[in-house]
Design a protein around this ligand. Structure first.
Ligand code: PMP
Length: 394
């Protein structure tokens, strides 16, 4: 059939470019060591930053919620899909983030789609960092607002755009808090200062900053001491929080508006109760924990320094996301495959997600990795890195 021929041609093209990938099927939960085809593999590509996917308090909360509420919420939030557990989660999320209100969505992806398309009207302008996440790009595509992209973290360009968009009703500056491919941090204080000078709104996506940056993992706004000056904070419940979901934290009026205007909120079934209960338990663990986030940063900083000492190019990383830049897609895929043979999983990130010559494996260090785990990873990386000529020490 013609349409299948078209699909097959696409797939052949991806294979030629080295972009085709076979989905790996893991035989265990998302811990530091996972099983793949019966082999024990050290995981360094999961977003399970704090190791919460396996936390006893979260598992207990999920089981109890299933016993109490059943497995599904039964409808969208506006019909029967708002259970007391959803409301409690939103109350405690808002308190944790230090905002008036929070609204929970089914994923971080739908949060950006819902929030951006609801907030932005045809008379507005959206001003977005070129390296923002796909869900932001897609959210923006759903709107009729004027679209302006500034070079990555380039504050001079951002200012020029702010100067040139003054005729628009409102301007929204959108940025990732931590950039997911490079692991660098957005210059939020500078963005906020420019936004205040030019009367713009600041929208930050803390998917990779939730549970990572700020006191107890409260995010980039807390990290930079910018409470009350960032208007819209997006978070995900799918990474450090250990379950799945997303949220908007901000003004009560923003929440009230989104309840009536954000389409994934209005037209897609809400989080299952066990998921909401898990997220609530995770927020409580974070709130009450004194050392989880510190352990994450200790592991990340030590590991990044060790990689740099070996001579690896870790790009712009300043967080637990640590890329090793390898090169073109085929070489990068081979590097990742060789690491897997050694027992280490480091996901390759290829064009078009990153530039053609900036293919990389993306390592994510978690609080759960032990010293022995990280030593094993370093040994494997040193061995394979030397084979690939990525490091030159003898
Ligand atoms: N925003 C950013 C910056 C992300 O990295 C991701 C996850 N890849 C998302 C949003 C989507 O979050 P979720 O996985 O919860 O849909």
């Amino acid at each position: 059939m013609k349409y299948l021929d078209d699909l097959a041609a696409d797939i052949e093209g991806w294979k030629r470019d080295g972009r085709y990938r076979t989905i790996k099927v893991w035989e265990s939960g998302s811990g530091t060591w996972m099983y793949l085809n019966g082999r024990r593999i050290l995981q360094m590509s999961s977003n399970n930053y704090l190791g919460l996917t396996d936390h006893p308090a979260l598992k207990k909360a999920a089981i109890e919620a299933i016993e109490k509420y059943g497995v599904g919420s039964g409808s969208v939030r506006t019909i029967t899909g708002t259970l007391d557990i959803h409301e409690q989660l939103e109350l405690e999320l808002a308190a944790f983030k230090g905002t008036e209100a929070a609204l929970v969505f089914q994923s971080g992806f739908t949060t950006n789609q819902g929030a951006l398309s609801a907030i932005l009207g045809a008379d507005d302008a959206v001003i977005s960092d070129e390296l923002n996440h796909a869900s932001i790009i897609d959210g923006i595509r759903l709107t009729k607002a004027a679209r302006k992209i500034y070079a990555h973290k380039d504050m001079n360009q951002l200012e020029v755009v702010l100067k040139n968009t003054q005729k628009h009703r409102k301007r929204i500056i959108v940025t990732d808090g931590v950039f997911s491919m490079d692991g660098d941090i957005a210059p939020l204080p500078d963005i906020v200062q420019l936004a205040e000078a030019y009367d713009a709104i600041v929208y930050v996506d803390d998917a990779h900053a939730s549970g990572v940056l700020g006191k107890n993992g409260k995010g980039s706004t807390d990290h930079f001491g910018l409470h009350g000056r960032v208007h819209v904070q997006i978070g995900t419940l799918s990474k450090a929080i250990g379950a799945v979901g997303g949220y908007v934290a901000g003004a009560q009026l923003l929440k009230e508006h989104l309840i009536h205007s954000a389409r994934p909120f209005l037209f897609s079934t809400s989080q299952p109760p066990a998921v909401a209960a898990t997220c609530l338990a995770a927020i409580r663990v974070l709130r009450d924990s004194s050392d989880l986030v510190a352990r994450l940063w200790h592991n990340a900083d030590t590991f990044r320094s060790s990689l740099q000492r070996l001579g690896f190019d870790t790009g712009a990383s300043e967080t637990p996301i640590i890329p090793i830049i390898v090169g073109d897609p085929i070489r990068t895929t081979h590097f990742s495959d060789r690491l897997l043979e050694e027992g280490l999983f480091a996901q390759s990130i290829l064009y078009p997600t990153v530039a053609m010559d900036k293919g990389r494996v993306r390592l994510i260090v978690t609080a759960q990795h032990t010293e022995e785990d990280l030593a094993f990873a370093l040994d494997s990386l040193e061995k394979v890195g030397r084979e690939f000529g990525l490091i030159y020490i003898s």
